[in-house]
Design a protein around this ligand. Structure first.
Ligand code: F6P
Length: 551
């Protein structure tokens, strides 16, 4: 075995300096930082077209950022960024390039993999998707009984579900009214059964979305969907009602889908980075090819910014470094995402996969053990609803939880008072989390009380504040701004992976459970099969067998 290369950033002087800086500044309160510097917002905010990032409500000074930029330099961030752009196989464990940026490229861009240009194939697939989308949207693509398609069901999971689902929900104001978009990911039969409720086989189109075309959840749902269609239609109907998105032509053919109905993507696209590829077909069907181009253009704009802007003005770089500051140097374990937009309700789930499947690793890219905390637990919920659920813990709990607040300045829905109230809540939460409420302020509110009641209530009504948040204000949720937002998070995750020495583009950790499920499934079906698991798993299997056998 060759000697693994060592991750040693955590033994460098810059790492030590950041620890020292954290110890020296950890008692500093943001309320005082704001009071001391009337320019704090100007100093710690950035704009890129319709996106404003306010990162002034963080436990940072200019010195903190200087040190974090030094850390990024020490991790060779510029080199890694260039290596990704150049199509080098930076996904070292799978020996693959990482070129989701090429998926939003345009004619003339020089993206290459193994020295071969890739833009021609990217554009060819995009053009085929557009032609197909136009046919379906215009009603020219007919189902088996001659009627146009009215419902589209995307069958996929993980990256083959979350990105398109999020984008279709977020961009509903741009959607073709005649198409009912549905998504099925779960293996639980109720997901498919409920999605099919009210649909007619003759007017339903299924998209089987799977990069590997081996994912059992998706294939099982696709088989059940095909049986549902064929209960009402002749075998030839499959060609009118099933299309596939995959990097595996032969497996698509073996499943019974004509490769003529397949939209390809490539192994240099990770599943969680694939919404820009053919995996976005459902999005294109819903919003149309022109709006989909705008979605790609938004991402491309963020790519150019990420590749070119100096670190001190680079939105994804700063977002990533703030995350490293809390995660590594404050040992904050989680990071919350609060979109104040109903259409972005699935953003936390999308970012869970993007971030946690990418950076939830304990080993560096060359196999070395990392003895510090890496990717945080990402969680969150749509804003306002979450205020009435878990914000108590953010305001008065014991944990440091950095938060992202994402909010559009304009709504597509004509209830202006609602929107203003929504935005007010968003801004108010960032203010309350930052300021807190002091003893003097609480005493003012409790004037008139004294004695035991005051003693009991005072500590309960205090808010420590100093809870950090970034506010990402978008002019409106449009295809363009959504593209910018998602690309921004992709680059954030990349930067953090570089700092922590992680290969953010493989996901070995999801394999083991799948392997055991393949072993357990036949053991559930065959009551006589011998069991050789641990006592708990054996007992659970036995419990299932016994309960299943009951009437
Ligand atoms: O199990 C995890 C995973 O491999 C994800 O990385 C991926 O997005 C998802 O499964 C679906 O994979 P596929 O598109 O190959 O069906």
């Amino acid at each position: 075995m060759t000697q693994p290369r060592h991750y040693d950033l955590n033994h460098t002087s810059i790492w030590a300096k950041l620890h020292q800086h954290q110890r020296a500044t950890r008692h500093m309160h943001m309320r005082e930082l704001f009071a001391a510097d009337p320019q704090r917002f100007q100093r710690f905010s950035l704009s890129l077209g319709p996106l404003l990032m306010d990162y002034s409500k963080h436990r940072i000074t200019e010195r903190t950022l200087e040190l974090l930029f030094e850390l990024a330099d020490a991790a060779h961030l510029k080199d890694w960024r260039q290596r990704m752009r150049a199509g080098e196989a930076i996904n070292v464990s799978e020996k693959r390039a990482v070129l989701h940026m090429a998926l939003r490229g345009q004619a003339g861009d020089d993206f290459q993999v193994d020295g071969q240009p890739v833009m021609a194939q990217v554009l060819a697939v995009r053009a085929r998707m557009a032609a197909f989308a136009e046919q379906v949207r215009s009603g020219a693509w007919l189902g088996f009984d001659g009627r146009p398609i009215r419902a589209v069901v995307n069958l996929g999971i993980g990256g083959s579900d979350l990105g398109p689902l999020l984008a279709c929900r977020a961009l509903r104001p741009y959607a073709a009214a005649q198409l009912d978009m549905r998504f099925v990911a779960n293996l639980d039969g109720q997901h498919l059964a409920q999605a099919l409720q009210g649909l007619e086989p003759a007017t339903t189109l299924f998209i089987v979305a799977s990069k590997s075309f081996t994912t059992p959840e998706t294939l099982m749902n696709a088989e059940a969907a095909r049986a549902w269609l064929l209960a009402a239609a002749p075998t030839e109907a499959v060609a009118r009602h099933f299309v596939a998105i995959s990097s595996q032509t032969e497996r698509v053919r073996a499943f019974g889908i004509d490769p003529a109905n397949m939209f390809e993507f490539w192994d240099w696209v990770g599943g969680r980075y694939s919404v820009w590829s053919a995996i976005g077909l459902s999005v294109m069907l819903s919003i149309g090819p022109a709006a989909f181009e705008d979605f790609l253009a938004g991402a491309r704009r963020m790519d150019a910014h990420f590749l070119e802007a100096p670190f001190a003005q680079n939105i994804p770089v700063i977002l990533a470094l703030l995350g490293v500051w809390y995660n590594t140097f404050y040992r904050a374990h989680t990071h919350a995402i609060m979109p104040y937009d109903q259409g972005l309700a699935r953003l936390p789930a999308y970012l869970q996969q993007l971030d946690m499947e990418s950076n939830g690793k304990r080993v560096g890219r060359y196999g070395e053990t990392l003895d510090f905390d890496t990717g945080p637990v990402i969680w969150g919920e749509v804003g306002v609803n979450s205020q009435h659920a878990f914000f108590q813990l953010l305001h008065q709990g014991t944990r440091l939880v950095p938060c992202d607040f994402i909010v559009p300045m304009r709504s597509h829905y004509p209830l202006d008072r609602h929107h203003e109230a929504l935005v007010a809540n968003c801004f108010a939460q960032t203010e309350a989390l930052m300021r807190g409420k002091t003893e003097a302020e609480v005493l003012g509110e409790l004037a008139g009380l004294d004695g035991d009641t005051l003693d009991m209530l005072l500590p309960q009504k205090l808010f420590p504040g100093n809870q950090p948040s970034t506010t990402l204000a978008l002019d409106a949720i449009t295809p363009h701004t959504l593209g910018m937002l998602l690309a921004m998070y992709e680059h954030k995750v990349f930067v953090q992976g570089v700092i922590w020495g992680i290969n953010s583009f493989d996901q070995w950790g999801v394999e083991y459970g799948k392997q055991l499920a393949r072993q357990i499934q036949p053991e559930l079906a065959d009551a006589s099969a011998a069991l050789a698991h641990d006592a708990s798993t054996n007992a659970l299997i036995a419990h299932y067998r016994a309960r299943k056998a009951q009437p």
